[in-house]
Design a protein around this ligand. Sequence first.
Ligand code: SF4
Ligand code: SF4
Length: 420
Amino acid sequence: MMGFALPGLELPVTKTSNCLLAPTEKELPPNDIAMACIRCGMCADACPAELLPQQLYWFSKSQEFDKAEQHNIFDCIECGACSYVCPSHIPLVQYYRYAKGAIREERAAQAKAERARLRFEERLARQEREVAEKEAKRKARAEAAAKAQAAKPAVAADSAAAANMADSNAASDSNAELEKLQKQFDAAQSALAKTKEKLEAARADESMADKLPLFESALNKTQDKIKDLAKQLAAAKKAAKAAPAATSAATDTDKGDPNSPERLKRKWETAQARLDTALKRLAEAKEQGLDTVDALQTGVDKQQERVNEAKAAYDASVADGAAAGATVDGSSASQATGAQTADNNAADQAANIEALNKKILAQQDRVAKMQERLDMAKAEGLDTVDALTLGVQKQQDKLLQLQQELAALAPAGTTSNEAS
Ligand code: SF4
Ligand code: SF4
């Protein structure tokens, strides 16, 4: 009574097979067509587990599995006694097997969903923990840098006035750079938090499922940007620490003039060294096929601009020095003093105009790239649109300032970038 009817003879015997029965049709006639339950109660009388088979039948048939569980369906040993005695020929045990299978599937799906929920919550908690740890480390570094910065003026108070002026100029440059990077870092953190919120909302709402890849991609990009900014911030802080030491080790002439050829040359060499490092990282990323290639390429482009600017400033400074030397020599000459000075002034002006033209070209390039990034951010609907708009405005202001400097320096019609 507990077995299954086999559909044919081409079937194997397995480890779990108890026995094979081969009854005649007289001994075990084929099932007749099931009829309606007449509530005779014969199944309940026959049940060795003292269950209510007719109730279990109704609940299984109407898929009220919770009620079937309340009537202890899992206590049924599937002996088949109820089906055997049923005068309506109802295949009761098959109904119970179906109900038990459905209940097990439902439990498995619930357990799976619960595991996924826990995993997701733990992942979010871990990410928040990591962000908090990074923020704590950043604050600790900032405090240490501030303490070191505060201690330096006291030490520098014993130095000469010219050295103090040079140190303060370098420190203000470094602080401005640090402040700028810090603002970018904070904006990126804010964008990351907003993107996370959107991603969670999209995960919770099935109608936004198609936007999940977009949000995940934006999240990864923002995380990469934060990593990059954190590195730049650390490098800027290191440079800010090293700058005063380098300044104090320099010569007196170098201390007094932040635009001296020596300092501008060092600035150029430092920028070149950073460019080499960035190129090396880009090559490694390309080899390994990482998704940070685009970000690194952008960094390389920016660093190349800095190198070009530093080199232009150094060349202009060297040209200034040569012109000034020529002016001194010319002034010592007795007859050609006036003419020589006029020539030197013209050479100074030409060198300055050339340097400004180079700066304007680099600035125009920077504005165009920033505008391109802004357009992309607008097209993708990213949260960085406001920050980028602000950045474009700042770069345009700088460009305007350079053009005004050039207009003031150069006579009309002698500049190459004024019109543009
Ligand atoms: S034996 Fe069959 S007909 Fe009688 S109560 Fe049980 S299920 Fe209904
Ligand atoms: S199959 Fe289940 S409900 Fe039917 S008699 Fe056996 S134990 Fe009772």
